[in-house]
Ligand binder design. Structure first.
Ligand SMILES: O=c1ccn([C@@H]2O[C@H](COP(=O)(O)O)[C@@H](O)[C@H]2O)c(=O)[nH]1
Length: 289
């Protein structure tokens, strides 16, 4: 043996997509619980108290750790209260309470390359997230800094869950062969030329199952982050039928329906019950898919 070769007893870290697949399989779950803390909706005596953001989210994580394939903190809910330190502490806590469950930082960043480098550093080094959401509006060079982080994931907004997503995402691109809609073109890019580290994914809303199916046909290999079940009324079963191709192929997000399942002292138990119902409904849809 060559003694000068680097040796480590630490297991090699899994890439984001491998982690997502493993967590989904282990917990038999497509459910991603969204961490969108709103102090006004916290139970008494924490109601209105932004100093309790960490405590509230940590309780949700502990209650649902074995039911999810991922957690998705939305950065605005922390930054709006100056609670970035709570987010750092929360992600560190997820490593302890839910080992192996990946963290998708929902930040929807998008800027010129030099600024994107700073956003990537924030997501992956400051917060230690496993993946981040990005707006692809500024083009390939605005996405590349994130792809330089080995094993880290990035989800491009593709066909978002809101009605206004049609304003741009459904428009046809006259200059691209076949004149695809913008969201279809984004799916082609994510499946092919932009996916240089094999860790790109797409955001598609559960409120638009037909578009999920179209995206899945164009991009059969990329993971889909699918918000919109629960509070936004997306069709969970149609979503699974349209997007699921195996464990880790989809992370179906529910935030408010889980977080605020009860406004009382039993909020964590109620969140667990709601997460379990959603996980089981999604899994049952896969059996029938
Ligand atoms: O198209 C999109 C992209 C992101 N989101 C985010 O997901 C959650 C949804 O929360 P619910 O309470 O389950 O409706 C939230 O953080 C959004 O910012 C989305 O809804 N749609």
């Amino acid at each position: 043996m060559n003694d000068s070769s680097p040796r480590s007893d630490a297991p090699e870290a899994l890439s984001f997509t491998a982690q997502l697949r493993a967590a989904a399989q282990r917990n038999q779950s497509m459910l991603c619980v969204g961490l969108d803390p709103e102090p006004a909706r916290f139970p008494a005596p924490w109601q209105g108290d932004s100093a309790r953001i960490y405590d509230f989210c940590a309780a949700i994580v502990e209650a649902t750790a074995d039911l999810v394939c991922a957690f998705k903190p939305q950065i605005a809910y922390f930054a709006a209260h100056g609670a970035e330190a709570h987010l750092e502490r929360l992600i560190a806590h997820i490593r302890q309470a839910a080992p192996g469950v990946p963290v998708i930082l929902d930040a929807k960043r998008g800027d010129i390359g030099s600024t994107a480098e700073q956003y990537a550093r924030e997501a992956f080094e400051r917060y230690g997230a496993d993946a981040v959401t990005l707006s692809p509006f500024m083009g390939r060079d605005s996405v590349e800094p994130y792809l330089r982080y080995a094993g880290k994931g990035a989800f491009l907004l593709c066909r978002t869950s809101n009605p206004g997503g049609d304003d741009f995402q459904a428009q046809r691109l006259a200059d691209v062969p076949g004149q695809p809609r913008l969201y279809e073109h984004l799916a082609q890019l994510a499946q092919g030329p932009w996916n240089t580290n094999g860790e790109l994914g797409l955001v598609v809303g559960a409120t638009y199952p037909q578009e999920i199916a179209a995206v899945r046909r164009i991009a059969p290999d990329v993971p889909l982050l699918i918000p919109g079940v629960g509070a936004q009324g997306g069709d969970a079963q149609a979503t699974v039928r349209a997007g699921f191709t195996g464990w880790g192929s989809v992370a179906i997000n529910s935030s408010r329906a889980v977080l605020y399942a009860s406004a009382g002292a039993d909020f964590a138990a109620a969140a667990r019950a709601q997460a379990q119902r959603t996980r089981d409904e999604l899994a049952a849809a896969a059996q029938g898919a």
